[in-house]
Design a binder for this molecule. Structure first.
Ligand code: SAM
Ligand code: SF4
Length: 325
């Protein structure tokens, strides 16, 4: 059976936040003081996560799972969970800030994780410190090398672009990706920052990113899939670059994502304002059929699009680290 919503979109991509905790406090995600962490006993256990993932894979043909957070690598014994999920035979990926990869990349690869997205928003040490509130640029760069050496393929670099903050690094990042043989993906800043600093003027639109890169390294568009990135290939054959234009060129009509938060809430959209509580259902003794009914109801209720560009847009109460970006 497929997990289809009322607009005919089939959902096969499950994002699982394994923790809301993080060792960074990025300006566009958390407040300077950090967040109030969810109580530990409120987080799903690995067995509970595996149960939902298995249901999604076996009942609804979900074939892609991405671990995220918070920072997934701060969850103890993460490779134990990776092993359980890899056994489900899905395409297993993770999004990380990269700082722990020099220590854990080999273990995670060996446990069955296949693909890695590493977040990096500046190649300048002082700016990196300002943005993440941690002086760890070198560790993240070592993390990228560790991921490549461990055999992750592909390794992608996520760059959140913000006007007036790091938008002068577009070509530098393109060059970095070409030199390292990794795919750089520029992400438009979204209204999910805990500080509520977001405004449309802070978003760097896809069109500008593409024009700047094309001038330095000519590119051509690659045909779109259900993936959120608009992809381009370098005409000289040196790889690809992508833009995730959630704000200026939304891709809601092809969205195939569903989400599970670290505290066990099922969400049908990054920008959803409703959570569907699978944790309490599981802990209250729900059967798989009862959990499936909650999931199907949630997907049925999915709206057509996020509407950031409309007056009807409601900002979710959760920030990115509490949803799982
Ligand atoms: N801690 C991990 C990391 O930073 O990669 C995983 C969780 S993080 C919430 C997932 C992704 O969301 C990262 O690529 C991060 O840059 C992005 N992100 C966080 N806040 C964002 C925002 N307000 N707008 C756009 N992207 C954001
Ligand atoms: Fe942590 Fe990732 Fe949020 Fe940065 S973006 S504070 S690394 S969860």
């Amino acid at each position: 059976m497929e997990l289809v919503d009322t607009f005919g979109r089939v959902h096969r991509d499950l994002r699982i936040a394994v923790t809301d905790r993080c060792n960074f406090r990025c300006q566009y995600c958390m407040t300077e003081e950090g967040m109030v962490w969810m109580p530990r006993d409120g987080l799903l256990t690995f067995e509970e996560i595996e149960r939902i993932a298995r249901l999604a894979v076996e009942r609804y043909n979900v074939d892609s799972i991405r671990l995220t957070g918070g920072e997934p690598t701060v969850r103890a014994h993460l490779s134990r969970l990776v092993r359980k999920l890899a056994d489900l035979g899905v395409d297993l990926a993770m999004t990380t800030n990269g700082v722990s990869l020099p220590l854990v990349a080999d273990d995670l690869r060996e446990a069955g994780l296949r693909r890695l997205n590493i977040s990096l928003d500046s190649l300048h040490r002082d700016r990196f410190l300002e943005l993440t509130r941690r002086d760890d640029l070198d560790r993240v760069l070592q993390g990228i090398d560790a991921a490549i050496d461990a055999g992750f393929d592909p390794v992608k670099i996520n760059v959140v672009l913000m006007n007036g903050i790091n938008d002068d690094e577009i070509v530098d990042f393109a060059r970095f990706g070409r030199d390292k043989g990794v795919m750089v993906r520029f992400i438009e800043f979204m209204p999910l920052d805990a500080d509520e600093q977001w405004g449309p003027d802070r978003v760097v639109p896809l069109q500008r990113v593409i024009e700047e890169i094309h001038e330095a390294f000519p590119i051509e568009a690659i045909e779109r899939t259900s993936a959120p990135a608009t992809r381009y290939r370098y005409l000289d054959g040196q790889g690809e670059v992508g833009v995730i234009a959630t704000v200026t060129e939304k891709f809601c009509d092809t969205c195939d994502r569903i989400r599970l938060t670290a505290d066990g809430q099922f969400r049908n959209c990054l920008f959803a304002v409703t959570d569907y509580n699978l944790r309490d259902a599981m802990r209250g003794g729900a059967t798989d059929d009862e959990l499936a009914a909650i999931i199907e109801g949630a997907v049925h209720d999915k709206w057509a699009g996020h509407g950031i560009d409309t007056v009807h847009f409601i900002r979710p109460k959760r920030n990115m680290s509490q949803i799982g970006g």
